[in-house]
Design a protein around this ligand. Structure first.
Ligand SMILES: Cc1cc2nc3c(=O)[nH]c(=O)nc-3n(C[C@H](O)[C@H](O)[C@H](O)COP(=O)(O)OP(=O)(O)OC[C@H]3O[C@@H](n4cnc5c(N)ncnc54)[C@H](O)[C@@H]3O)c2cc1C
Length: 405
């Protein structure tokens, strides 16, 4: 059976797939392999997780999360999903500051690509990492923690430095969220983009570049519904799916019903398979926050060209971090996401058009999604990879393209 990613658009070319069940087994495997790479839950849309050698899946490693309430942190096994972790934290009165749109993704895989949710004040999921343990090329173990010189290069690292075995994440006190959907946001309301995105703890705009809806996730005060005529929108009269034609069953509870953070921040419920329309591809370009309105207007202007291959777009805000390869490095950002129909040939020219349209706004790609324009690799990441993995054991076509090799 061919192993492929979640979307089915990348068949992994690994000669062998391994499921080590202990750290020692993993260390021996890595030390003895000429080419090796870890796979998370396989939700990336490109070949970032691929290898022609040994693919390592950590799903049989010890999988208990170690919660330290007093220190406000949790140490998690790399392959644990947010869906498994979140209820355990909540049971201890703790939370993660944010989650992505679906909780089914692994912590190590998400962190490795800079996965994020939305929220003006909230950085990516990778920014919650305070330390990580990895097995490096010769099979030895290495722990890097916030404050270590190499740490900011090792968190969003695309699997290029070693196999991460566990990560320690910052946690915050558990909180409740209410979710509201507002429909019919007029294009002119973009002039109020900053106010709209600041109107909740986590806010997303879903648009097909003609009709726009707002997913408003409010925590604390004000936790109530915004006024009836809020920026020209109307309240949704029932639960909604981000894709207007889809039933809302897989979606987290809306209509202002309060619930725990992990059952409201993701758009999709942990107990449903998170299928957009069944078949999809994704891209996302991340821009400096100050370009948001101008960039969105430029995309509305080419909406006719985008729509034929688009299921839906999502616009989110993400706070800056200091991780070298993070798309949010050094800049508060707006992420403009595209859920495409599953037609790679049809999507490619439209993606190129989107990239060209956004080029004046200094875009950076989401590492786990489809893109055609490669950013340059920071020199310090190149040296870190060369130092930790001198023979390029963890390199793959994706990282070679990034490193320009
Ligand atoms: C339906 C859907 C919704 C999504 N929603 C969002 C969203 O809301 N926000 C967002 O930002 N992204 C989103 N994504 C993208 C997704 O979060 C990223 O692609 C993420 O990397 C997936 O995690 P994964 O565990 O599946 O990683 P994988 O795709 O398995 O791997 C990603 C990278 O991590 C590396 N890696 C994995 N495990 C390890 C390890 N133990 N040690 C070292 N390296 C490792 C791999 O080698 C690879 O380079 C979505 C994807 C899908 C399919």
């Amino acid at each position: 059976m061919t192993l492929s990613n979640w979307a089915g658009n990348t068949a992994f070319r690994a000669s062998d797939v391994h499921h080590p069940s202990s750290l020692d087994e993993l260390r021996r495997l890595v030390a003895g392999s000429a080419r090796v790479r870890a796979l998370g839950s396989g939700h990336s849309f490109n070949d970032v997780a691929d290898t022609t050698g040994d693919l390592v899946v950590l799903d049989r490693m010890p999988d208990a999360a170690e919660i330290d309430s007093a220190a406000a942190r949790v140490r998690v096994p790399a392959r644990m999903t947010y869906a498994r972790l979140a209820p355990q934290l909540d049971a201890h009165g703790l939370a993660l500051a944010n989650l992505a749109s679906l909780p089914h993704i692994s912590v190590a895989g998400s962190v490795a690509t800079g996965t994020h949710g939305s929220g003006d004040a909230i950085p990516s999921l990778a920014a919650a990492v305070s330390s990580l343990d990895l097995v490096t090329a010769d099979g030895s173990t290495l722990t890097l923690a916030r404050g270590d010189a190499d740490f900011p290069g090792a968190v969003v690292a695309l699997g290029a430095l070693g196999v991460v075995t566990s990560l320690t994440l910052d946690v915050v006190p558990s909180f409740e969220v209410r979710q509201y959907v507002r429909e019919g946001l007029p294009v002119e309301a973009l002039a109020h983009f900053d106010d709209i995105m600041a109107a909740g703890y986590s806010v997303s705009l879903f648009t097909d570049w003609r009709e726009t809806r707002v997913w408003l996730k409010r925590a604390g005060d004000p936790g109530d519904e915004p006024p009836a005529d809020w920026y020209g929108t109307r309240p949704a009269d029932g639960p909604r799916h981000p894709l207007p034609a889809m039933p809302a069953d897989p979606c987290t509870t809306q209509l202002g019903v309060p619930g725990p953070w992990h059952e409201r921040l993701p758009h999709f419920r942990a107990d449903f398979e998170p299928s957009g329309a069944g078949d999809e591809l994704q891209s996302e370009l991340i821009l400096p926050r100050e370009h948001a309105v101008e960039a969105l207007r430029a995309l509305f202007a080419i909406g006719e060209r985008i729509r034929p291959v688009l299921h839906i777009s999502e616009v989110r805000t993400v706070a800056a971090d200091d991780l070298w390869l993070s798309p949010f490095h050094g800049r508060d950002s707006v992420g403009v996401h595209f859920t495409w129909i599953k037609d790679p040939e049809g999507v490619r020219p439209v993606l190129e058009l989107v990239e060209e349209t956004l080029a004046p706004f200094e875009p950076r790609p989401h590492w786990g999604k489809l893109f055609t324009r490669w950013p340059s690799c920071p020199e310090r990441f190149r040296s870190l990879a060369a130092r930790l993995d001198p023979e390029g054991k963890f390199a793959n076509d994706f990282t070679r393209r990034l490193l320009g090799e």
